[in-house]
Design a protein around this ligand. Structure first.
Ligand SMILES: [Zn+2]
Length: 144
């Protein structure tokens, strides 16, 4: 079974429902970031960067993150984000929750997919917590 299939199955098992007939990962080449939709996601992807275990783990976390967004953000979302206003934009102060939970689940999904061990899961969470705690901006701007 492909790693991506393991990720989608592990993510779907968390919610217990798959709300589409098909889902597409659209790799658009080198860059940064992704954008989620109801039944697909567009992700920056550069196969040349997958040259070690850490890089592969980072990519699996990223793909799990973008996939899980079809649940957490596209279907479970702050009130202000649905329906999205493409003319004026939609503002919310709840992205800390939408993104924060998705980051938590990306690591858990990759672990449950059998693609990372517990040490890797905990190291990734530790890295995020340390990045937050060592960021002086947290004293000036709350997560909201
Ligand atoms: Zn995200």
């Amino acid at each position: 079974m492909s790693r991506l299939k393991k990720i989608t199955e592990a993510a779907s098992a968390i919610i217990g429902e798959v709300p589409f007939d098909s889902y597409t990962f659209i790799a658009i080449g080198p860059g940064r970031g992704g954008i989620e939709h109801l039944n697909n996601t567009t992700v920056s992807f550069d196969g040349n960067t997958l040259n070690d275990e850490v890089s592969v783990n980072r990519m699996m976390n990223f793909l799990a993150h973008e996939y899980f967004h079809h649940y957490n953000v596209k279907r479970i979302r702050p009130f202000e984000l649905g329906p999205f206003d493409y003319e004026k934009g939609s503002r919310t102060n709840m992205l800390w929750l939408s993104e924060g939970l998705t980051v938590y689940y990306e690591y858990l999904i990759v672990k449950r997919a059998g693609l990372a061990d517990e040490g890797t899961l905990l190291a990734n969470l530790e890295k995020n917590i340390n990045a937050h705690e060592n960021n002086p901006g947290r004293f000036h701007q709350p997560a909201v």
